[in-house]
Design a protein around this ligand. Sequence first.
Ligand SMILES: *[C@@H]1O[C@H](CO)[C@@H](O)[C@H](O)[C@H]1NC(C)=O
Ligand SMILES: *[C@@H]1O[C@H](CO)[C@@H](O)[C@H](O)[C@H]1NC(C)=O
Length: 133
Amino acid sequence: MVLFPEHRYYGESVPFGSREEAYKNASTLSYLTAEQALADFAVLITDLKRNLSAQACPVVLFGGSYGGMLAAWMRLKYPHVAIGALASSAPILQFEDIVPPETFYNLVSNDFKRESTKWSCAINQNFSTCAGN
Ligand SMILES: *[C@@H]1O[C@H](CO)[C@@H](O)[C@H](O)[C@H]1NC(C)=O
Ligand SMILES: *[C@@H]1O[C@H](CO)[C@@H](O)[C@H](O)[C@H]1NC(C)=O
């Protein structure tokens, strides 16, 4: 079975009755956190397995980008819920106090530089001033 849960505050999973109320102020937005989302998924998976009499079935989490971060964090915070996680393109250490904020942009710029000096110039300057354009 593949389960694709919706993240709280998105799609139809909006608390406080409406999007307008949910996004109203810091107080109503305080439940929009990764920690709360992880707790949602832990309850959902546990509940669904019980409902399906599938408590013995192993669960593997997967996701890309933020979804990958959630998958990895889920394994750390709720190790009893899943036997593994695949975190694809998940910048789980991309926080200001761990990795310098310019690191991502340097990596992307280097990719373009490796492919073409023209594109690297276009990224660093106004495109129209680049040679060959
Ligand atoms: C935020 O909005 C809710 C719902 O309208 C309200 O009850 C609450 O007092 C508001 N909180 C703040 C800090 O403005
Ligand atoms: C599990 O079953 C209960 C009772 O029917 C239901 O309320 C709940 O939504 C179900 N949970 C899931 C994740 O299917």
